[in-house]
Write a protein that binds this ligand. Structure first.
Ligand code: HBI
Ligand code: FE
Length: 287
């Protein structure tokens, strides 16, 4: 029997790892979301989707429209009916952060782990761990883009070797500076495709419009050497020329020697340019 839940608490969902399977998946338990939670989702959705038209890349805008999730916390099984035929991805529900090796294995098999619980009222603007709004609103639209769909599978497959070589930090920076905080040049301006940006109202505007932010051309080796912050706006963003460029620039790389060379080097500080580097000087969603 299900334990009874109150209307106002989501503690029955948040961080509950006990009932999880060996691969850390759980049921979404969609019926356990309260009317309050659906209402909070609608507010988060309304706030972020108002920014999407101007700030998000085309794939994100198209993907979000196809997911049709403005009305409340979506059912993952409904999204899977869209994702499967489009790119072969499938969402699985998880209780929150899961171990690196498990996360990589899901991605390698085109399963995207989506946290099932929703942030509470006092953390609407910022939280350091993923919740269902970040994971679903931020990541799932991009799973409908073929280049991102392929990249994420490759990233998952690259995980085991990076862990064996004690170079996980280097690989994780690629994910951080692209899938979470990536920008892409589009229609003569800058657009967001990273989930960490597009699920945050303030960082969406800052990443594109603030003229003081350091924006560098996408360079996978530079990224693997660059540290990042998890509890503040980024000081550096990397800009792709196009989404397919992400894979094009990574497939040719021999990661073994790169890991050997840089894995124990101190990280380059975010927000600093190296000699000879040319930052992208314009800002704004149109040039
Ligand atoms: N678990 N649910 C969840 N979401 C993530 O983004 C995540 C994770 N576990 C590990 C992880 N990310 C990263 O540390 C890896 O990409 C290295
Ligand atoms: Fe994320």
């Amino acid at each position: 029997m299900k334990t009874p839940r109150t209307q106002t608490s989501n503690s029955g969902l948040r961080g509950e790892y006990e009932g999880a399977a060996a691969d850390y998946t759980v049921g979404q338990d969609w019926r356990a979301y309260t009317p309050d939670m659906h209402e909070r989702w609608r507010r988060l959705y309304a706030r972020q989707s108002a920014l999407v038209e101007r700030y998000a890349c085309r794939s994100f805008r198209d993907g979000l429209a196809r997911l049709d999730c403005a009305g409340g916390i979506p059912r993952f099984e409904d999204a899977n009916k869209v994702l499967g035929p489009a790119t072969g991805w499938r969402l699985v529900a998880v209780p929150g952060f899961i171990p690196d090796d498990v996360f990589f294995d899901h991605l390698a098999h085109r399963r995207f782990p989506v946290t099932r619980w929703l942030r509470e009222e006092h953390e609407l603007d910022y939280l350091v761990e993923p919740d269902v709004f970040h994971d679903f609103f931020g990541h799932v639209p991009m799973l409908l883009d073929p280049a991102i769909a392929d990249f994420l599978e490759l990233y998952g497959k690259a995980g085991a070797r990076a862990m064996e070589m004690d170079a996980l930090e280097m690989l994780a920076r690629i994910y951080w500076y692209t899938i979470e905080f990536g920008l892409v040049r589009e229609d003569g301006g800058l657009r967001v495709f990273g989930a960490g940006i597009i699920s945050s109202a303030a960082e969406t505007v800052y990443s594109i419009d603030d003229p003081k932010v350091l924006r560098l051309p996408f360079d996978p080796v530079r990224i693997m050497r660059t540290g990042y912050m998890i509890d503040a706006f980024q000081k550096t963003y990397f800009v792709l020329e196009s989404l397919p460029q992400l894979i094009e620039r990574l497939v040719g790389l021999d990661f073994g020697p790169l890991y050997e060379t840089w894995r124990h080097a101190p990280a380059l500080p975010a927000g600093e340019c190296l000699p000879g580097e040319t930052p992208i000087t314009f800002s704004g969603a149109s040039a």
